[in-house]
Design a protein around this ligand. Structure first.
Ligand SMILES: [Fe+2]
Length: 444
């Protein structure tokens, strides 16, 4: 067996694509849940165990369709990059390549719906892949020629405007690119913000007034390749760490930078401006990244912290909200960039063995745990409101769960307001879904 931990257990790829219909359900699916729960992660094809990095495997999208209290279908489909197409003898996928394509054009990190299209996304240069309703790869897309480089796996939807805001980067670029995508699915605006090195930029934030950049000390380092690893980014604390506030319609020279202690953030939970004009950022903060583990994000513990920035000052105050190891923060997406009360995270246990999920009440600091025994390993929780005008936390939490005792996966539906209770419904999938990254609910 491989000694690369990112090829073992439920990190290991599944053999092939799969479809199933009329899935068995324990409990009762809420009739209001009509749509698809999409999720994506790596499902590497012929990986080399010596150099395989978790972030670089060919993507596989998983989708569960719910309608009228039935689990209509489950599909898993490769995102058809050059590697899987060649390995399987499939026809090549049409569409532009983009000037920044890395390697075989892997797309494996997030899957969203925007402007009537489903897009699989990745960072660092490769173009998004458009998928059809059944999750088949349709074409690589540069958004009708409007996207200058690649995109990001984490564009954030402004609930007031319907526009997407993202931070794109490339190892070939000396800047971070702020990208705004309009409701028509085309890029409306880009701003290239120069940075002193070439940082890995996984995510970003918005508030009412600002686009927020993270310039953190995981830096392009080609010596990593010489050492036999596949992802050329490494922890360089001497680079420093800073948060940039760019006025939403401002120019690159209007960014105000605020230094923090060296750390790494893959995922903010949310950001907003409080009633005193301060910018509040809640993030999952890693003490280091890619300093010990060079094949995945297994350096150590990540905790939920709050950074508060008074725009008139340079100093950032930091408050730990929850020091337990956790990742994959989500919120009610209708509150992106706004004051909010509830966040949901995956309790990671130790880095290789996630546990249940945690609900944070940020108004009173309390945490509620949902867990179903140590053999039930949760992936990113997704909040689905009960109706378009339901209040925050009035709805369901949906999550893919891996069950070690059966080596299969389920999708659970939890009442968000009764978080610790048993799921109202558990959909039993025909096969395990490997540990991966992100996904979203696409309502009908
Ligand atoms: Fe991510």
């Amino acid at each position: 067996m491989s000694q690369n931990p990112y090829l073992c257990g439920n990190f290991a790829p599944v053999e092939e694509e799969l479809s199933a219909v009329d899935l068995p359900v324990t409990g009762e699916l809420p009739p209001g849940l009509c749509g698809r729960l999409l999720r994506i992660g790596p499902n590497p094809v012929d990986p080399d165990p010596r150099s395989h990095h978790w972030f670089l495997g060919t993507g596989m999208v998983h989708g569960l369709r719910l309608r009228d209290s039935r689990a209509e279908w489950y599909h898993s489909r490769y995102v058809r990059d050059d590697r899987v197409v060649a390995a399987r003898g499939w026809p090549p996928v049409p569409g532009p390549r983009g000037r920044l394509q890395m390697g075989e054009g892997v797309v494996n990190t997030n899957v969203i719906a925007h402007a009537g299209r489903i897009l699989a996304l990745v960072e660092a240069g490769n173009l998004p892949m458009e998928l059809d309703d059944a999750l088949e790869s349709v074409a690589r897309t540069d958004l009708e020629g409007t996207l200058p480089g690649g995109l990001s796996a984490h564009p954030h939807l402004d609930p007031d405007t319907g526009e997407l805001h993202a931070a794109a980067y490339s190892p070939l670029w000396p800047f971070i690119q702020y990208v705004v995508i309009g409701t028509d699915g085309r890029v409306r605006r880009t701003v290239d913000v120069p940075v002193p090195g070439q940082p890995m930029v996984h995510d970003c934030m918005i508030t009412r007034s600002y686009f927020i950049l993270l310039d953190l000390p995981v830096i392009l380092d080609l010596d990593v390749l010489e050492a036999g690893f596949a992802l050329p980014y490494k922890w360089h604390p001497e680079y420093g760490a800073r948060i940039g506030l760019l006025p939403r319609e401002g120019a690159a020279d209007e960014v105000r930078w605020h230094e923090v202690e060296p750390c790494y953030v893959f995922h903010p939970m949310n950001a907003y401006e409080d009633d005193r004009g301060r910018v509040v950022l809640d993030v999952i903060r890693h003490g280091t990244m890619f300093s010990k583990d060079m094949n995945g994000p297994g350096d150590g513990v990540a905790s939920l912290v709050r950074w508060t920035i008074d725009p008139g000052r340079t100093r950032v105050s930091e408050q730990c909200l929850d020091d337990l190891n956790q990742e994959f923060p989500r919120i009610d997406d209708r509150l992106t960039g706004k004051p909010y009360r509830y966040g949901y995270t995956v309790a990671m246990g130790d880095a290789m063995a996630p546990g249940g999920i945690r609900k944070h009440d940020l108004a009173n600091g309390s945490v509620t745990l949902h867990e179903e025994g140590g053999h039930r390993v949760f992936m990113e929780p997704v909040f689905v409101p009960r109706s378009p005008d339901a209040g925050e936390d009035d709805g369901w939490i949906l999550a893919y769960v891996y069950d070690r005792s059966t080596d299969r996966s389920d999708v659970v539906v939890i009442e968000a307001g009764d978080f610790a209770a048993a799921p109202v419904a558990t959909v039993h999938l025909p096969r395990r879904v490997p540990f991966g990254f992100h996904g979203n609910w696409v309502a009908d």
